[in-house]
Ligand binder design. Structure first.
Ligand SMILES: [Zn+2]
Length: 126
């Protein structure tokens, strides 16, 4: 008599970050831990000030050392290559235009598309 053995297909999910715990907690949003792919930055969200963040350098679960945040490079490249500046209070981006009378005006701009995702640093090999 043949014995039927039920086999369960185990689909192993690929780990996106350093470990299963990090993937889980980033997805579940139960703890205030976040990843900003644009800056390649892991951080803890603060209760105060609102939207405050505390950048972390190692995974709290597995201890993995994260690659350095690219927040400085991000703004440096926007300024040097695109003449786009960030208003640190509002988080909006602007260019400076000098009119015929020599008066400089700030006007708001949309970011280059590459800079709205992690594509800008992946493309540059950071
Ligand atoms: Zn980890």
């Amino acid at each position: 008599m043949a014995i039927k053995v039920k086999t369960k297909k185990v689909v192993k999910k690929e780990i996106e970050h350093c470990c299963e715990s990090m993937d889980y907690f980033l997805e579940e949003k139960k703890v205030s831990i976040y990843y900003n792919p644009i800056y390649r930055e892991y951080f803890i969200g603060l209760k105060s000030p609102r939207n405050g963040k505390l950048v972390i350098y190692n995974c709290p679960w597995c201890g993995f050392e994260f690659p350095e945040s690219l927040v400085d490079e991000y703004h440096e490249i926007l300024e040097s290559e695109f003449k786009i500046y960030c208003n640190s209070e509002t988080g909006t981006y602007y260019e400076i235009n000098v009119d015929s009378k020599g008066k400089s005006n700030e006007f708001y701009v949309d970011l280059p598309f590459d800079f709205t995702t992690d594509y800008w640093w992946k493309r540059r090999g950071f």
